[in-house]
Design a protein around this ligand. Structure first.
Ligand code: NAD
Length: 476
């Protein structure tokens, strides 16, 4: 049992009723367990954040920047432990776990810089009308609840924590019950930096704990990353209290490959877009649209590339792809394999769970998938790629946009003018041209349509935790 809740600057044991098993997905076995926080403990965390707010929001921006730099530095000092824990609990290959850690470090460093620039943003507004002056003040939104999923625990939490603290907000973070140990590093770092008690609180638990946080009337805002079904519940509780919400939800993103591409290069991009993190990415490019002129050359190469991936336990083997992170996810993906068989889809690679311990599946490719197939339209969240062919640019754009989601897309073409034109026409929050899953802290993250509300990262990620005030004065 681990004391795993950080409330008002103290580590406490959970008093909830749920016992949470922390699993090694490569073995399908637990290696730790903890008791969830109770509803009363969630309330204590919100109360602590509320109590810490007046002093924290009045710290100077440079003081907050120093704390954020401290977070970046201390994450670096815990490098090996955090990489190993992500490999063990998420099943991430080492190089992916390293990239996640580096992303989190970069995020804290970036928002330290933006925090330092905050005083210069509070400036006078030129008015056309005479006799008045006006000035802008960017104020913290207040106490924010942060609810996150399990697929990129260090990163998703950093994308919320760093801008929230930079803005002067105090926070209660609820990590996923699937990966409840990784974000404890943020509490340990808060301790090491002597961050004032209550500025950062962490409560672990399942849906009950998340609901207790999202329903709490002591929050000024909630920022949620996760599934559409839970996102809509979170939005309902936000609407009941008329408070703002940021939602980062699911995706079913397209990768569009034109026939002027180098086949080998295109295969690399396609494989990375669907097998990184074993496909458990909101931004997985899981719908392949391939132009007629290249499809017959590309699909067999893609099949071989997927079949040749080294799938295994990242802690004991050199692997390209690890297991799925949870048994629930493994069962869900296996359910889609069954649906594909029922629908009579043409399976070119994979389509099955691996016959070994742990929650492994084969990288999978279905070809010529009908537009109304559940595998074409629903988010699977695993290494399952569906392909369709297209003839013209217009057709590719129409098919890519024909989705209730709108998170990201990738466009692969040697004709950069065309690639830019297609990127402009795609109804998503982020497009990669001739690259895949490259996320930079300076650019925004978030989706259109069913993929969410609001943006993270960049200056937009900071604005999400700020309230704009204007002070207008009569000069007469
Ligand atoms: P999930 O919605 O099941 O859980 C997310 C979080 O919500 C967890 O911490 C969970 O405990 C909590 N929760 C569960 N029920 C709740 C409730 N009733 N009230 C409040 N909180 C509750 O999602 P998941 O399975 O952890 O993550 C996978 C999903 O996340 C996928 O749909 C994926 O696309 C999405 N995701 C989106 C992004 C993005 O940036 N758009 C990033 C990562 C993951």
């Amino acid at each position: 049992m681990t004391t795993s809740h950080y409330i008002a600057g103290r580590w406490v044991e959970g008093q909830g009723s749920d016992c949470i098993s922390v699993n090694d997905p490569a073995l399908g076995q637990p290696f730790a367990e903890l008791m969830a926080a109770s509803v009363a403990q969630v309330d204590q965390a919100v109360t602590a954040a509320r109590g810490a707010l007046p002093a924290w929001k009045n710290t100077s921006a440079s003081e907050r920047a120093a704390y954020l730099r401290g977070f970046a530095e201390q994450l670096g000092q815990r490098r090996e432990a955090l990489i190993t824990l992500q490999m063990r609990n998420n099943g991430k290959p080492r190089h992916e776990a390293e990239i996640d850690l580096d992303d989190a470090i970069a995020t804290f460093g970036y928002y330290a810089e933006l925090a330092e620039q905050l005083p210069s943003k509070n400036r006078d507004v030129p008015l056309a009308a005479p006799g008045f002056s006006a000035r802008t003040r960017l104020e913290p939104v207040g106490v924010v609840g942060l609810i996150v999923p399990w697929n990129f625990p260090l990163v998703t939490s950093a994308w919320k924590l760093a801008p929230a603290l930079a803005a002067g907000c105090t926070v209660v973070l609820k990590p996923s019950e699937v990966t409840p140990l990784i974000e404890q590093a943020y509490g340990q770092i808060a301790d090491a930096l002597e961050l004032p008690a209550g500025v950062l609180n962490i409560v672990n638990g399942k849906a009950e704990t998340g609901a207790a946080l999202s329903n709490h009337n002591g929050l000024d805002k909630l920022s949620f990353t996760g599934s559409n079904s839970v996102g809509s519940q979170v939005m309902r509780s936000a609407s009941a209290q008329c408070r703002p919400v940021t939602l980062e939800l699911g995706g079913k993103s397209a990768i569009v490959v034109f026939d002027d591409c180098d086949v080998g290069q295109a295969v690399e991009w396609i494989v990375a877009g669907i097998t990184w993190n074993a496909g458990q990415m909101c931004s997985a490019t899981s719908r392949l649209l391939v132009q007629d002129g290249i499809a017959d050359a590309l699909l067999p190469r893609l099949q071989v590339a997927l079949e040749n991936l080294r799938v295994g336990n990242p802690l004991t083997e050199e692997v390209d792809m690890g297991p799925l992170t949870s048994q629930a996810q493994w069962l869900k993906v296996a359910g889609y394999f069954a649906t594909a068989r029922e629908e009579g889809l043409q399976c070119l690679a994979g389509g099955k769970a691996l016959d070994r311990d742990g929650w492994f599946v084969s990288p999978t490719l279905y070809a010529d998938v009908p537009k109304d197939s559940r595998l074409w339209t629903e988010e699977i969240f695993g290494p399952v790629l569906c392909a369709r062919r297209f003839a013209t640019e217009e057709q590719a754009i129409a098919e890519a946009n024909d989705s209730r989601f709108g998170l990201v897309a990738t466009v692969c073409s040697a004709d950069l003018e065309r690639a830019e034109r297609v990127a402009d026409a795609l109804e998503v929050g982020h497009v990669w041209i001739n690259s895949v899953q490259a996320v930079f802290v300076e650019t925004s993250w978030g989706g259109t349509k069913g993929s969410g509300i609001g943006r993270e990262l960049g200056p937009w990620g900071l604005s999400a935790y700020q309230s704009v005030k204007h002070v207008t004065r009569c000069l007469g």
